[in-house]
Design a protein. Structure first.
Length: 488
């Protein structure tokens, strides 16, 4: 297993049937040095079991150590081969549950996993609960050393491809132990992963059904928070990554509240249960990848992508601090044998997520976002709109002329732009570019109309593989989708 390294104090906790039991926890290094800590009973847990907890001293990255737990009533438990490093929780729905053997280059990745024994893995079982659980009901994969059998167990079992690749790329950069906790379930909406407190923040009513959906995914609110997240609150963690949103594409506006609220609530609950976990721990997510091979779909997924950033277009932002993301809208896989909703290129996803995570979570100084508009100027004489990216500090590569659209109407009411049936959006067919700007010709359909908004890549599947319009020259990251109000 991996415990959180210094400067945080790792927590060890467990149960005792005797509420006056004295628990001594000893930490032994390879040289035989012993440090002892006396645990205290902190609260009564399930079935009137006393829960004890102890915080170890801050231990620098490395190992292995042994943890010896002794009761003054005579029982002893020893946990060997314990490492200290950073612990990341990986959660979400099927694209997080999607396992390494299913991914492109999966066989190679599985075979090479033996080269990373300092990455340790844990996979929670798919379980639900109506009330918060103090411990996992069952475990799919107990703490294990990375190996072909532990990383490549099979389809949809363990281990998560995105979680593994993210941890591997982090390890290659940081060169100290990484602990990965996979707790995910395909087909699940954000409401099942959110506590009642988080749902209340967004005025989300109790679920109207407790029955699983047709694919067996739970639908009752909070049942996975109770069974698959809450049991881990005592553990000291470094951060979380998340890949979810497909199952909320029918209510994208609600996600604008529920996703940031869930992040806030997870941070609060983890830090309240264990003050050694930061109340602002880094939280990374994957912006939704494409699904159907249909370039006409402009609702659902594009709206969720926007809501994943709380309507800011990029993260971190004032509503979502210490949050980072990987853009995946340019990674379609329409021939995936696991359905096109499950693209197999998880390496690019994890690479982009790691790049942004190293900056936001670890303070590295790199360009970690794709180009994003910092200014737009309209020229009425030329009927052109010029977009400047990143205040002119990012050189852009234009790979396509597709993806830009204007919303035009005889009215100045921007509400028409949100009604697909009104057909108020018109594609740009001509553009020119400089190293830092793009100039768009206003479509002829907008002549004598008010130009209300511009948007980019606002499609469920906006482009062929890595062929959206705008990328950064420096790191080849795609510019994320956006929409900007104009009224000219």
């Amino acid at each position: 297993m991996v415990l959180q390294k210094a400067p945080a104090y790792a927590s060890i906790w467990g149960y005792s049937t005797i509420d006056d039991d004295v628990i001594v926890v000893s930490l032994l290094d390879m040289g035989g040095k012993v440090v002892r800590f006396t645990a205290t009973v902190v609260y009564m847990g399930p079935e009137n079991k006393a829960v004890w907890k102890v915080f170890l001293e801050a231990v620098k990255a490395g190992g292995p150590y042994s943890v010896v737990i002794e009761s003054d009533h005579g029982s002893t438990l020893t946990i060997n081969d314990v490492m200290f490093g950073d612990v990341w929780v990986c959660s979400g729905q099927s694209n997080m549950q999607f396992t390494l053997p299913m991914a492109f280059n999966g066989s190679k990745e599985v075979a090479e996993s033996a080269e990373y024994p300092n990455i340790r893995l844990f996979t929670a079982s798919l379980k639900t609960a109506d009330t918060p659980q103090y411990d996992f009901i069952s475990v799919e994969e107990t703490w294990s050393v990375a190996s072909p059998s532990n990383v490549g167990n099979g389809n949809w079992t363990y281990f998560s491809a995105v979680c593994w690749l993210y941890g591997k790329y982090l390890y290659q950069k940081l060169n100290y132990p990484i602990g990965l906790v996979a707790s995910d379930w395909g087909g699940t909406a954000i409401e099942v992963w959110s506590s009642p407190d988080a749902l209340k923040k967004c005025q989300i009513k109790d679920s109207t059904t407790t029955k699983p959906d047709l694919n067996g995914a739970p639908t009752a609110h909070s049942v996975l928070w109770n069974a698959m997240i809450h049991p881990f609150l005592n553990y000291t963690i470094y951060g979380t990554i998340w890949y979810q949103g497909e199952s909320n594409s029918g209510n994208p506006l609600g996600y604008n509240c529920s996703f940031p609220a869930m992040i806030d609530d997870w941070r609060l609950k983890f830090s309240e249960s264990n003050p050694q976990t930061s109340g602002s721990f880094p939280f990374g997510f994957v912006q939704l990848a494409p699904r159907l091979n249909d370039s006409s779909i402009s609702t659902g997924y594009p709206d969720i992508r926007w809501s994943q950033t709380a309507g800011y277009g990029t993260v971190p932002n004032p509503r979502m601090k210490d949050v980072f993301m990987a853009v995946a809208m340019d990674l379609p896989d329409f021939t995936s044998p696991f359905h096109s909703v499950h693209p197999r290129d998880k390496e690019t996803v994890a690479s982009r997520l790691t790049l942004s995570g190293l900056v936001v979570a670890y303070g590295e100084v790199e360009k970690f976002q794709g180009p994003y508009p910092s200014d737009v100027k309209f020229s009425p004489e030329n009927k052109q709109l010029t977009i400047t990216y990143d205040m002119g500090l990012t050189n852009i590569e234009v790979r396509s002329a597709n993806g830009f659209e204007f919303c035009c109407s005889s009215s100045q009411d921007k509400a028409v732009c949100d009604q697909p049936s009104l057909n108020s959006w018109f594609p740009v067919t001509t553009l020119t570019s400089t190293p830092t700007t793009i100039t768009l010709d206003v479509p002829a359909s907008c002549t004598n109309q008010h130009i209300l908004m511009i948007r980019y890549a606002w499609r469920e599947s906006p482009c062929p593989y890595k062929q959206c319009a705008v990328y950064s020259v420096v790191n080849e990251l795609p510019g994320p989708p956006f929409k900007i109000s104009l009224i000219v």
